[in-house]
Design a protein around this ligand. Structure first.
Ligand SMILES: C[S@@+](CC[C@H](N)C(=O)[O-])C[C@H]1O[C@@H](n2cnc3c(N)ncnc32)[C@H](O)[C@@H]1O
Length: 192
């Protein structure tokens, strides 16, 4: 069995080429992206959230799965990095790019239960402020994180953070989480 993606977003190769030129090495891998696209396709008209746009690889995969009425808000604090994503995906009216720190962005949110899907790819919403992120999700919404297995880009103390996150999974109220030793190491959870 080959677990390579069956589809590939049209913008992905150009995004990854720009990422290499910018020496940005934190884009999601293709298997993770393909799963994002599949899960996105399960939410027609869905409201999607990504924290940590990076250069837009994950957003391209999500957009490849989203239907024409779905919407993605993607938040990134590094304007230069996000400008690559904007260049490649900025014409897609289903995507709103927000340049902000995700921690501050979480503080500003006033409407609970409005997202159908969250792909959380930075510390706020994952290692920090998980309850605040979960409050933004509707019942039945999906929550995805990757990079649960050791990555070359991790700082020294990061394993402890990941261990703490994984250990608490059974205790998090109102969700069902599945840790997956696949691709870069995922957790897929549903809000209940
Ligand atoms: C792993 S990369 C994102 C990759 C992207 N989601 C993908 O799948 O291709 C993490 C990104 O989060 C951004 N980031 C880190 N801390 C952040 C914060 N507090 N708020 C917003 N963005 C943050 C980094 O600048 C980096 O671009």
């Amino acid at each position: 069995m080959r677990d390579e993606p069956c589809i590939r977003p049209p913008q992905l190769d150009a995004i990854l080429a720009d990422a290499a030129r910018a020496e940005f090495a934190m884009s999601c891998e293709d298997r993770t992206g393909c799963l994002l696209a599949t899960l996105a396709a399960s939410k027609p008209g869905g409201r999607f959230l990504e924290l940590g746009t990076g250069v837009g690889a994950g957003a391209a995969w999500l957009a490849a799965g989203m239907d024409p009425t779905a919407h993605l808000a993607t938040v990134e604090r590094d304007q230069a990095v996000q400008s690559i994503a904007r260049r490649h995906l900025g014409d897609d009216p289903r995507i709103t790019f927000v340049t902000a720190d995700a921690d501050a962005w979480l503080t500003e949110q006033e409407t609970p239960g409005r997202f159908d899907f969250a792909y959380v790819d930075c510390r706020p919403g994952k290692y920090l402020r998980l309850p605040d992120l979960l409050a933004l999700l509707k019942p039945g919404a999906l929550y995805v994180v990757d990079d649960m297995l050791p990555q070359a880009t991790w700082p020294k103390d990061h394993q402890l953070r990941v261990d703490g996150f994984l250990e608490q999974l059974p205790e998090v109220p109102n969700w069902r989480a599945t840790p997956m030793r696949w691709a870069s190491g995922l957790v897929v959870a549903a809000r209940i």
